[in-house]
Write a protein that binds this ligand. Structure first.
Ligand code: ATP
Ligand code: MG
Length: 360
């Protein structure tokens, strides 16, 4: 069986550190491992419309921003097919057929969707498209026969829903679709990076992000304003590292070499954490260290982005060619799906012959 990756992001804003540690850096690593036969990266504009139907300008503006972030992080269009979801209409077709295999109560039980509904105040009026977006995600994944989906852990219920749809489709219509598995980041701090405000998830919709394209000044300002331990008032006070986003970011990004370079009085993160916990270490010093590391990580990404920003026409060409290539694959899978379901009337000579004989 071919090894195929499908993953993507909603163009609801620029990409941020959560995307980087949760999924983007993993994608680049898998892409460069050369172990995959095909890699598809989707800019999920149709999905973004499910909670932005009246804000098309936001989506139109951010498709290119997400594409620039991908290229800046090292997604290579020669190895990975970057495409725009709405340009592959077969994905809608598949969603329509899959929606017959899922119950309303199953959709209402999805914990991530439940949380997102609350967050968006949709409780009394959920757009149907929003509630059913896990079905469209199943279409995105299966259209490419992907077996590997690198994501953050908020996406696990979506992958589970996709697996259920695949099992149901294959047992109803015959073996056609591939059951995918999620690939999560190894570092548990990267599964769901919190926001700079300490909220559970850094998210474009919550406005608590450090963006990959932020300027050095913006990064510094955001790091210095970060939520820490509210009870760590004086430097001598013992501090809490557990729900402290500054330490969670350090666990995601700090390497021993960063200590040598920026904070040589500590050997590693364990030593720094221990000092903070016993008291005597101020937030400012820790934040300054985090800022040094983030500046180092984000500088080359920002520079590469600047290069692509000078060639927007070329980026649109990458998206056009990627969408064309993705569509070719989705057409193939959709015709297999329709054949399995028996709705390929014009290719089914036996059916036509049977009906001729019926009325002879
Ligand atoms: P929105 O608020 O519009 O839903 P988002 O910030 O949640 O935007 P998505 O486009 O929904 O971003 O998510 C794209 C991918 O990035 C998914 O695989 C998701 O798991 C991952 N991801 C998003 N935010 C984080 C985060 N804070 N930590 C780890 N992974 C994340
Ligand atoms: Mg999201």
């Amino acid at each position: 069986m071919k090894k195929i990756i499908l993953t993507g992001d909603r163009p609801t804003g620029r990409l941020h550190l959560g995307h980087f540690v949760g999924s983007l850096s993993q994608r680049v690593m898998l892409q460069n491992s050369d172990k995959y036969d095909e890699i598809y990266i989707e800019i999920a504009d149709a999905q973004a419309l499910t909670d932005n139907a009246d804000n098309i300008e936001k989506i139109r503006e951010n498709v290119i921003e997400v594409a620039l972030d991908y290229l800046a992080c090292g997604i290579d269009p020669k190895k990975s097919t970057i495409f725009i979801q709405s340009q592959v209409p077969e994905l809608c077709e598949l969603s329509f057929y899959y929606s017959n295999l899922v119950t309303l109560s199953r959709l209402q039980r999805n914990p991530t969707v439940k949380q997102e509904i609350k967050l968006r105040d949709f409780e009394t009026s959920i757009p149907v498209g929003f509630l059913t977006y896990p079905i469209s995600q199943a279409a995105d994944i299966t259209a490419f026969l992907a077996d590997t989906v690198p994501v953050g852990d908020d996406q696990l219920p979506m992958i589970e829903q996709t697996r259920e749809i695949v099992r149901s489709f294959n047992s109803t219509y015959g073996n056609t679709l591939v059951e995918p598995k999620a690939v999560l980041p190894e570092n548990e701090n990267c599964l769901r990076l919190p926001g700079i405000d300490g909220k559970a998830k850094m998210s474009k919709s919550l406005g608590n992000c450090i963006y990959l394209a932020d300027s050095p000044e913006e990064i510094k300002r955001k790091v210095m304003s970060m939520y820490t331990d509210p009870n760590h008032l004086k430097i001598e006070d013992p501090g809490n590292i557990k729900d402290n986003p500054v330490f969670i970011y350090l666990s995601a990004f700090a390497k021993d070499e960063h200590f040598k370079k920026y904070l040589p009085e500590y050997k590693n993160l364990d030593e720094l954490k221990a000092h903070y916990e016993r008291g005597g270490l101020g937030d400012m010093k820790v934040k300054k260290f985090l800022n040094d590391i983030l500046q180092e990580v984000l500088e080359p990404i920002r520079n590469k982005r600047c290069e692509y920003q000078k060639n927007i026409k070329e980026v649109y060409e990458i998206l056009y060619n990627g969408s064309k290539k993705a569509r070719e694959k989705a057409i193939l899978t959709t015709s297999k799906v329709k054949e399995a379901m028996g709705i390929n009337y014009f290719e089914d000579e036996d059916l036509i012959k049977k009906h001729i004989e019926k009325y002879q």
